[in-house]
Design a protein around this ligand. Structure first.
Ligand SMILES: C[S@@+](CC[C@H](N)C(=O)[O-])C[C@H]1O[C@@H](n2cnc3c(N)ncnc32)[C@H](O)[C@@H]1O
Length: 265
């Protein structure tokens, strides 16, 4: 992973070269709508409070979990004995990005959702609430994290979530085998080049024109930047949006020419 200094420099470069997050100069109606109606939606949705209360509770939870190592995930919430509060602080997507994922799912209403990397289930809860009619598979390798997440889903009465425990290398192919399509995927675990590219190719095999895949931490390390370049340059990807902390790809046939956007947000 990059040092804080390197990451700061990267962010600075991104900030200087990215287009403003207001949609000026964006000719694609789809991307313009995405920016103005989803990225910049400042409305307060009722579901936000449910997930943020859960986050608040986890941030105060001092119970200790024994977390197995399943791959590069977060700079400061790695494996070993860790308090729930530390995982909640360092491994879980922020409110800003969790709520963006909520709005994307709320807007496009994907039927089948896959999340790689459940952790405590905070982002899963955003995804599940955004479309309660979806089938959401969330994958986690560490059993003690999975137990906490399961209890959180019960507390929030989320009935559309299926937590699948085990290594992504085994659980993802097993799930995909039974699915005809994946409409939405959030890849947030095992931040290394080869596994990330593998997950992309496995998911790609079940994509359709309306699928949306999101990759977390695309500038976290040189390996993740290589993986992101591989993904966005793939012939099947018609449009990509780089938000620095995550990358979004679309396969929509309406994009006659491949387009790549870097948006300051
Ligand atoms: C960054 S956390 C996920 C955070 C979560 N998406 C959120 O925002 O609330 C990544 C998780 O992926 C899990 N993980 C990483 N690599 C894995 C693998 N190869 N198989 C199974 N789980 C894995 C880790 O145990 C960790 O809990």
């Amino acid at each position: 992973m990059y040092s804080r200094f390197q990451l700061g420099l990267k962010y600075f470069q991104y900030y200087l070269t990215a287009s403003s997050g207001r949609g000026h100069g964006i000719h694609s109606p789809f991307v313009f709508d995405f920016i103005t109606k989803i990225l910049n939606d400042k409305n307060d949705h009722d579901d936000y409070e449910k997930v943020e209360s859960l986050r608040k509770r986890l941030l105060h939870d001092k119970s200790v979990l024994d977390i197995e190592d399943f791959g590069a995930g977060s700079s400061s919430a790695g494996p070993g004995k860790r308090e729930v509060t530390s995982v909640a602080r360092h491994a879980v997507k922020s409110k800003k990005f969790g709520q963006l994922l909520y709005r994307i799912v709320k807007n496009y209403q994907p039927k089948t959702i896959i999340e790689l990397g459940t952790s405590l289930g905070v982002t899963t809860s955003y995804l599940a609430l955004a479309n309660s009619a979806s089938n959401l598979f969330t994958l986690e390798g560490a059993p003690e994290l999975a137990n906490v997440a399961r209890q959180n889903f019960k507390d929030l009465q989320l009935e559309n979530v299926k937590l699948v425990e085990g290594n992504f290398d085994h659980t993802l192919p097993a799930i995909l085998y039974h699915l005809s399509a994946v409409d939405f995927a959030f890849v947030d675990g095992n931040h290394r080049r080869e596994p990330t590219e593998n997950y992309f190719h496995w998911l790609l095999a079940k994509s359709n024109s309306n699928s949306i895949f999101i990759f977390d931490d695309i500038h976290w390390s040189s390996e993740m930047e290589q993986a992101w370049n591989h993904i966005k340059d793939h012939i099947a990807v018609r449009c990509s949006i780089d938000l620095f902390f995550m990358g979004i790809i679309f396969f929509r046939h309406e994009f006659k020419e491949k387009q790549h956007f870097k948006i300051r947000w």
